[in-house]
Design a protein around this ligand. Sequence first.
Ligand code: TLP
Length: 343
Amino acid sequence: MNTIDLRSDTVTLPTPQMRAAMANAQVGDDVMGEDPTVNRLEEIAASRIKKDAALFVASGTMANLVALLTHCARGDEIIVGDKAHSFINEVGGMAALGGIIPRTIPNQPDGTLALGDITNAIRGDNVHWPPTKLIALENTHNACNGSPLTPEYHKAVSDLAHARNLRVHTDGARIFNAAVALGVPASEFTQYTDSISFCLSKGLSAPVGSLLCGTREFIAEARRQRKMVGGGMRQAGIIAAAGIVALETMVERLADDHANARRLAEGLAAIPGIALDPARMKTNIVFFDLTGALTARQLAERAARDGVLIGVNGERRIRAVTHCGIAREDIETALRVINRAMK
Ligand code: TLP
């Protein structure tokens, strides 16, 4: 049985071209700055994102942690959405390792933070209060149906932040999904954020790795912070080589994943007992709710028996993510399997 794995785009496997590039990569000691392949990946990433410099790190979690450690000191506060990956799914690293306080405000259904809520959350100068340092955004917003934030929204947050001498960090784990969905270059967003992280190992299909991008000065300090958290990786060109192939070959095709997610959402919406609004699904992430007695776990178990893997995200909430390992026929098969499992 051919498994159709919709649990995440992190399950994507390296392409044959990536494996060939990895086998043939020129490498050196990256902690000494001497891995030519890592250096090339960092240059390509920075130029793609139109930032001065970039830093190759092990994961999206490490990219966000290193960014926050670089922007903030212990006791500083950041304004972050209550559904942000960095708040919910990164083991509280900002607080545990950085002494940084997450001040959460509600994420709107489209993944944005209301500008009024941000303004209200910014601390004034008071001896009792931790200083606000940073606003953290996420684009696309994973938990908000993979919603892409627009360049206009990024500009509004950047204007607001900079007028108050605050910085903006964007968790752009899926920033190329946002770019492809809105038909703009990624630099349209990134010009309005002081730092941005993005992942090679999700929809772009590389086996490992993320990049953190920002000013030259910011990245120089981030390099020290990466070393501090144990992220100096020596002959990392072996994995960076796959990242270069990911950026060169895997970005435009994300449009196929979005079309497949849209078809999946439309098909799911037509199944009795499933609630979702297909119009909200703009990229590769589809959330849906079960309206009857069946729990998400039960549905996931039944579907798994027929070779369709989906993510349990709550008592009656499910997540399905499309990626390059999922073809259009797989969507039709998954819909048939889920339809049957619902009965
Ligand atoms: N997200 C994973 C899980 O952790 C939930 C997934 O399957 O979607 N930012 C965002 C927006 C993410 O979605 C993720 C991973 C990360 C950061 C962390 O990346 P990694 O897993 O590389 O540390």
